[in-house]
Design a protein. Structure first.
Length: 204
């Protein structure tokens, strides 16, 4: 009965993630509720057809339904911005007025087109950070909260240690800095996202 339940979970995941496939991309490291597809006797067509190198799929209560190489160290992309938002909300109010610094206009890459010198409430800067993935917003937050990027990163890493997350070196991570300046593990990134999704200020 339990095996049938696990197979149903996998089938549902596969239906949600991709159209029906003859054979999904299943790898030896893939785990469904902690067990391999081979152990569960699940045909590959019923497995999620996921192309990512590493990742996790978690339920709302934190259970890991599917995982691929969850302990691998990978480039963190916008998970960095999530930690930037966490630290911002712990050190500033959503109504705090933030003056966009000159450095925001110089960071480049993904931008929310903030104008240096303009003043916006922290809530709008956070929206620019998380919805538009603005590197310029990350810099504005860092300098508003801590005075400079280096001091803000120290706050981020203090939070990361407490959350058993991975070390960070920037409030935003432009693609031009691809040599792995900092990295994270899917398992820890998933736990961070799960924790913040349960926190009312972050949900808003």
């Amino acid at each position: 009965m339990r095996l049938a339940g696990l197979a149903l979970v996998v089938a549902l995941l596969g239906a949600l993630m991709v159209p029906a496939a003859v054979s999904a991309d299943v790898r030896a490291s893939d785990r469904v509720v902690g067990r391999s597809a081979k152990d569960l006797s699940i045909p590959s067509a019923a497995m999620p057809d996921v192309k990512m190198v590493a990742g996790v799929l978690m339920t709302e209560d934190g259970r890991v339904l599917w995982a691929r190489r969850p302990a691998d160290r990978r480039a963190m992309a916008s998970i960095t911005k999530l930690m930037t938002a966490v630290v911002a909300l712990e050190n500033a109010g959503p109504g705090d007025m933030v003056t966009v610094p000159k450095a925001s206009g110089e960071v480049g890459e993904s931008t929310s087109f903030l104008r240096p010198g303009e003043k916006l409430p922290m809530s709008e800067i956070l929206e620019a950070l998380l919805v538009k993935s603005g590197n310029d917003a990350a810099i504005a937050i860092a300098q508003h909260v801590a005075g400079d990027d280096k001091s803000f990163v120290a706050l981020m890493n203090a939070k990361a240690v407490g959350a058993q997350a991975d070390a960070l070196r920037q409030p935003a991570r432009p693609r031009r800095d691809r040599p792995l300046l900092h990295g994270g593990r899917p398992r820890r990134a998933g736990a961070l996202c799960h924790d913040q999704a349960r926190d009312p200020p972050h949900r808003r």
